[in-house]
Write a protein that binds this ligand. Structure first.
Ligand code: GLC
Length: 435
């Protein structure tokens, strides 16, 4: 990844050195959601991101149109002639949503329109009818996707890119104001369609509010008027959660890319986004992150109070690559055994120590996620960090096996039995029950 594509990803990263944690953008208190309104998302922890569109036929990632310097005509020809999946929309999204459920995911976010401008639904507001309904498949994938999410109980997320490379005004909004204005109108019209045509939408996942691939999304707020845009959004979808990439500060911060998550608990709602392979959109030859890396990622994110949105790039026919499906199934199996230490928890009460352990808490327990039992042997935990009014009752493994607790000056030490340590689990979980 290089050039503007890389810069776009870097823009979406969390800078934990800054007080704002990189939450920049226009702000308006009337748009803020309460902790109660975002509770479902805080509890959900794990979601599926899906990058699928014309670029999946080309097989060079979702930036293919721009990176390969294709003309609008060439790209449209692919949309009309080559993007023709044989399976029905229901079968395709049925597989995606089943995959998400099998992986233990609670929400799914589908790319409904990327920077290439191709809308994956019957969009009346699309510039030059560049939609999956008018071109190639003649099918409304967003309809099928949102229906499947609603029926299967997955929270529904729609990714939408305000920017559209087809408009010369995107690259020169001052010099080509008419073209830029048409792009902006398309954005408002399409966002309205997404908010009014598909039942309840839980997340509007904006990406790419910057102009001419320059500056930040916040710098482009003069153009998009994100407060106006998002007031409209909320008038149709009152509790919908928004990413910061429309130029409005957003309801949670994003941290894009596969780099490890380290350091302290991040005291604002945040989401890690990464792809299960080396790219977001489909590539026939690809490298996949393994189960162990991804599981550690999930644990490191959740112990720092974040969510993980893990991406897949289905192929031209809409199939999620088999390697990806197998890894996701493994994560799902792990979660079906250990989910009580992930879902519905909050980071803490003890601050994580990189590569050694982290913790999460519920009302009745603190769960220690131990990544290195050897180094954990030396760890003393301060009892004073336990929520006020609570006392430690016991420490057990999730199967109920009782562990010994040593006490010294309001510090405790939990001993992991030798035979458990010898199993070399990716994550050894200790439940510290509170009363
Ligand atoms: C980056 C990429 C974009 C991708 C997004 C996903 O912004 O530039 O193509 O869709 O990350 O979060």
């Amino acid at each position: 990844m290089e050039g503007a594509e890389l810069a776009s990803q870097l823009k979406g990263q969390l800078n934990s050195n800054k007080e704002s944690y990189g939450m920049i953008g226009e702000d308006a208190p009337d748009l803020h959601l309460s902790e109660d309104e975002i509770k479902w998302w805080r509890n959900a922890k794990f979601g599926l991101f899906i990058h699928w569109g014309i670029y999946s036929v080309i097989g060079k990632g979702e930036w293919a149109y721009f990176n390969e310097k294709m003309t609008e005509e060439e790209y449209r020809r692919i949309a009309e002639q080559d993007f023709c999946p044989k399976r029905s929309a229901e079968e395709i999204v049925g597989e995606w949503t089943d995959t998400a459920l099998d992986a233990g995911m609670k929400y799914a976010v589908m790319v409904t329109r990327h920077h290439d401008g191709f809308a994956m639904w019957n969009s009346a507001g699309s510039w030059k009818d560049f939609t999956s309904m008018k071109c190639g498949p003649k099918t409304d994938y967003v309809r099928a996707f949102s229906d499947a999410c609603h029926v299967k109980g997955l929270y529904t997320g729609l990714y939408y890119s305000p920017m559209d490379w087809r408009f010369p005004g995107y690259f020169d909004p001052i010099g080509k104001p008419e073209s830029a204005a048409r792009m902006k109108k398309q954005c408002y019209d399409q966002v309205k369609e997404l908010c009014t045509g598909f039942g309840k939408v839980d997340i509007l996942w904006y990406d790419g509010g910057w102009l001419a691939h320059q500056g930040t999304d916040a710098d482009a707020a003069w153009f998009w008027e994100p407060l106006k845009l998002n007031r409209m959004v909320r008038s149709y979808q009152p509790g919908i959660m928004l990413t910061p990439r429309s130029g409005y500060i957003g309801d949670f911060k994003c941290d894009e890319g596969p780099h490890e998550v380290t350091g302290k608990i991040i005291p604002i709602p945040w989401e890690k986004e990464m792809s299960i392979s080396s790219v977001w959109g489909y590539q026939p030859i690809d490298r996949f992150w393994d189960f162990s890396y991804l599981l550690r990622m999930l644990i490191n994110v959740v112990c720092r109070d974040g969510n993980l949105l893990l991406n897949v790039g289905p192929d031209a026919e809409g199939y999620i690559p088999e390697t990806a499906r197998n890894i996701l199934r493994q994560i799902g199996e792990w979660l079906s055994e250990n989910g009580e230490s992930i879902y519905g928890t909050r980071g803490g009460c003890w601050q994580p120590v990189d590569n050694v352990y982290g913790s999460v808490q519920t009302e009745h327990a603190v769960y220690l996620h131990i990544l290195d039992c050897g180094r954990f042997r030396e760890v003393w935990l301060a009892e004073g960090e336990i929520p006020e009014g609570k006392k430690i009752e016991s420490a057990t493994l999730l199967d109920g096996k009782v562990l010994s607790i040593q006490r010294n000056h309001e510090m405790i030490k939990v001993t992991i039995p030798k035979e458990i340590e010898a199993e070399n689990r990716i994550d050894t979980i200790v439940k510290v029950s509170l009363r």
